[in-house]
Design a protein around this ligand. Structure first.
Ligand SMILES: Nc1ncnc2c1ncn2[C@@H]1O[C@H](COP(=O)(O)OP(=O)(O)O)[C@@H](O)[C@H]1O
Ligand SMILES: [Mg+2]
Length: 368
């Protein structure tokens, strides 16, 4: 029987006194399940003051669901990706690591589990350390996409206040911390229409997140997120998810940022922001999917990922970011885009997880 180790980072029971540094990890760009949100801390204050340090953890609900989905494929061992992970992996030597671990520390945190697997010669699912590190850095991803001819919004990367003064892109602009996920640091205030606003919000972000800030052309068009499964010529884009910004509160900026993910979407009052499959002309859907697939291949994504795409003022699709460790919340009510797109294609949650494992196994020549 194939031995499959599920590598994960589990959301700890939070307390207000928990050290922020230890909790400051995130996998991708989706909020955790509703249950997790309820026990978060200080989510109800004004966006600029909200503590988003707890923005992304796998809950036991997700870990259980993935383990259950993998069970028909082999014996499942759970390996928490904590400081004991290297030793436990060396002892267990599974046939395959199914990796959903976000990692703990630093800008390469998502690469740690795959790198440890490579060091010990243990096969693992999904993208390699290079792709995971690259995609967690939105600016370097954009440099890479631009260099390989894949459309992405024009941008500048700034590290100092002085550089904010030198940004030569046309307003309005949109600011993002360059190395975060889960919309950490991405609020309506990041839309800036003047040099004064750029300086004020840019300086705040530089100080708050202690990392370079990405300054991008604001893309005013429709937005989509594209789930992708598979490898090589077989890689396929699942039905597109469109963001329905009309569902946001009146007057809100049309972005799927921190407020939309964390404040306005509440269990008792869910935000109906996703439309899947997107109701758009086939020709546009093909262009959006094509750009997403090009990006997936260019950065070397494997087995599965989710790519965010937005249209510019002329209606051309541009890549916003790539999520090689996509959110996979099992509860349909939690609005997780990859499972949602899979469901629209008739692929239920267990089948989605199993397909990812099978793509990995096939790529690696392992029987599952
Ligand atoms: N250049 C841009 N123009 C317009 N909207 C943007 C731009 N970049 C990001 N956004 C909005 O902000 C959201 C979050 O940004 P994204 O880069 O996807 O980060 P996250 O990791 O938080 O998902 C996007 O879904 C989109 O709505
Ligand atoms: Mg995103």
């Amino acid at each position: 029987m194939t031995r499959i180790a599920l590598a994960y980072n589990q959301k700890p029971e939070l307390s207000v006194s928990a050290p922020t540094a230890a909790l400051d990890t995130d996998a991708d760009d989706e909020p955790p399940s509703r249950g997790a949100r309820r026990d978060g801390v200080a989510l109800a204050t004004a966006p600029q003051l909200v503590d988003d340090a707890f923005a992304e953890w796998d809950t036991i609900e997700t870990i259980d669901a993935v383990a259950a989905a993998l069970a028909p494929l082999g014996d499942v061992i759970r390996l928490e990706a904590d400081e004991h992970f290297p030793e436990r992996l060396r002892r267990e030597r599974p046939d395959l690591v199914f990796n959903i671990a976000e990692g703990l520390y630093g800008p390469n945190r998502e690469a740690h589990v795959p790198a440890i697997c490579e060091f010990l010669g243990v096969p693992y699912s999904a993208s390699d350390p290079f792709t995971l590190s690259l995609c967690l850095d939105k600016a370097r991803t954009k440099q890479f996409l631009a260099a390989t001819g894949i459309p992405t919004a024009r941008f500048a990367l700034v590290e100092t206040e002085a550089q904010l003064r030198d940004v030569a892109l046309p307003f309005p602009l949109f600011l993002k911390p360059s190395q975060e996920g889960s919309s950490k640091g991405i609020t309506e205030r990041n839309f800036v229409s003047s040099r004064e606003e750029l300086l004020a919000q840019g300086s705040w972000l530089l100080a708050r997140y202690a990392q370079p800030v990405l300054v991008e052309e604001f893309l005013p068009g429709a937005e989509f997120t594209c789930g992708i499964l598979g490898n090589g010529a077989q890689a396929e884009v699942l039905p597109l998810v469109a963001l329905n910004f009309a569902a946001l509160p009146k007057g809100a900026l049309p972005i799927y940022g921190f407020e939309a993910k964390w404040i306005w979407d509440q269990p008792e009052n869910p935000l109906e922001i996703f439309e899947c499959p997107a109701r758009i002309p086939d020709a546009l859907a093909r262009r959006v999917a094509g750009v997403a697939l090009d990006a997936y291949r260019a950065v070397g994504c494997r087995d599965w990922s989710r790519v965010d795409v937005r249209l510019d003022a002329a209606g051309n699709p541009l890549v916003v970011e790539i999520n090689p460790l996509p959110g996979i919340l099992p509860n349909p009510a939690d609005n997780s885009c990859l499972p949602k797109a899979a469901r629209a294609a008739g692929i239920d949650y267990d089948s989605l997880i199993q397909r990812c494992a099978r793509h990995a196994a096939e790529r690696l020549g392992i029987a599952v």
